[in-house]
Write a protein that binds this ligand. Structure first.
Ligand code: ATP
Ligand code: MG
Length: 396
């Protein structure tokens, strides 16, 4: 009789059951599945399948390279953790024993003194009870690894056997970021500059399940093609967490020059930010977004004083979420490094506001004064509409 290989290394992916409960459950699981596939697309021939409350990553090309695969999966929002393990087609007890022993040899047991086997049986037609499987496999392991003893309460090592359509054997859970699956909390539009802060703020909201799209205000020829590319690269990086990202690139030069000529220079940044906010609200509203997201952090620069934020927020027609409002720069930098946006953000290309910025910007603008000046800007609406209509859309 020819012997079929019934075991295969797989990555077992656990997602937050509570987070994907309800009507949209199927939609979120599909989306997680697609995001995992996308993230693994360029590193091998990986395939993802559903299996009763889990997603399973298998390697169609050969041996699973866990070191490459795991970082690409644990960063996806809504994933609790992953376990490198073995899928077992032949679920007979003798085979499960051998697979467990082999798994323990692979991971190495030298550092452990005690262990337990924990079996979960969701396949109710399996002829043995969970505890019978655990006891029987446990005995076999004791014989195979004389240095180990059983401790069912506080073991150094727990080996899990899950009896599902196939059986799965694994021992480690590598924690994911958790969070909520992207899309489970509605949509927001992030004002994405090429800086350090705004990509982090996009990430923070995505972590809470917000589907994030972005808008970048581009000011050629004052800003270069490379400055735009930096923002596109940041958006691309964010898709690791979110699956996809729609980016608007809004031509901002004419609007900016108009404001430069028509408002007091020390207040220019406030007017620019108000105009950006209005454009973001219009684009977001069209797509069903419920909030604008920015990378503002209170007190960081002149326009980010409480007064500045008040004057900018007054131009918005939807709530502005500022997830970094209370963060220090170093805290933001730490997250940017963690999520891999820092190195892109620090590429030295100019941003549209630094070119137009005043030497001594107003730090305590009065909203009423700003609004009064703005009401005299008869061409402003036209420039805003033009900026909206000429926005380029990049789907990542
Ligand atoms: P960042 O690091 O995100 O660029 P920053 O510390 O440089 O922020 P500002 O330049 O005052 O701060 O911008 C505050 C916020 O305004 C940014 O976090 C971003 O959300 C938005 N913003 C600024 N410039 C742009 C731009 N050119 N396109 C889109 N959004 C922008
Ligand atoms: Mg900036």
């Amino acid at each position: 009789m020819c012997e079929l290989k019934t075991e295969e290394n797989v990555l077992i992916v656990k997602y937050g059951e509570i987070a994907v409960r309800g009507n949209n459950r199927k939609f979120f699981i599909e989306r997680l599945l697609r995001t995992i596939r996308k993230n693994l697309d360029d590193i091998g021939d990986y395939y993802v399948v559903k299996e009763q409350g889990r997603l399973i990553v298998e390697d169609r090309g050969g041996e699973m390279d866990f070191d490459k695969v795991i970082p690409r999966v644990i960063c996806i929002m809504g994933i609790i953790g992953v376990s490198p393990g073995v899928r077992v087609k032949n679920q007979e007890l003798d085979n499960l024993k051998k697979v467990c022993a082999e798994h323990m040899r692979t991971i190495g047991v030298d550092e452990y003194k005690t262990f337990k086997i924990e079996t979960k049986r969701s396949n109710k037609s399996y002829p043995l009870e969970s505890r019978e499987v655990s006891a029987s496999v446990g005995e076999y392991i004791l014989d195979e690894f004389p240095s180990l003893t059983v401790d069912v309460h506080n073991p150094d090592l727990t080996v899990y056997i899950e009896l599902r359509n196939d059986a799965y054997v694994y021992s480690k859970l590598i924690k994911g970021l958790g969070g909520l699956p992207v899309g489970s909390s509605g949509k927001g539009i992030v004002m994405l500059s090429g800086g350090i802060d705004s990509p982090v703020s996009a990430y923070m909201m995505a972590k809470r399940g917000v589907e994030v799209e972005g808008v970048y205000f581009n000011s050629p020829p004052y800003t270069s093609e490379r400055a735009k590319q930096k923002v596109v690269d940041l958006a691309e990086r964010l898709t690791y967490f979110t699956g996809s990202f729609k980016l608007y690139v809004v031509p901002f030069t004419d609007l900016q020059l108009y404001l430069l000529e028509n408002v007091p220079h020390d207040k220019l940044t406030i007017f620019l930010k108000r105009a950006m906010t209005r454009v973001a609200c219009i684009l977001g509203e069209r797509d069903g977004a419920l909030a604008v997201i920015t990378g503002d952090s209170v007190g960081q620069v002149a326009s980010q004083t409480m007064q500045g934020l008040h004057a900018i927020s007054a131009a918005a027609t939807m709530p502005i979420l500022r997830p970094l409002a209370g963060f220090d720069k170093q805290e933001i930098v730490d997250i940017a490094r963690q999520i891999g946006t820092f190195d892109i953000s620090v590429r030295p290309y100019e941003d549209c506001c630094t070119i137009f910025v005043a030497k001594h910007p107003e730090t305590k603008p009065k909203t009423s004064v700003i609004e009064k000046i703005e009401s005299r800007l008869t061409e402003l609406d036209r420039y805003i509409n033009e900026a909206v209509e000429n926005a380029e859309i990049i789907e990542l």
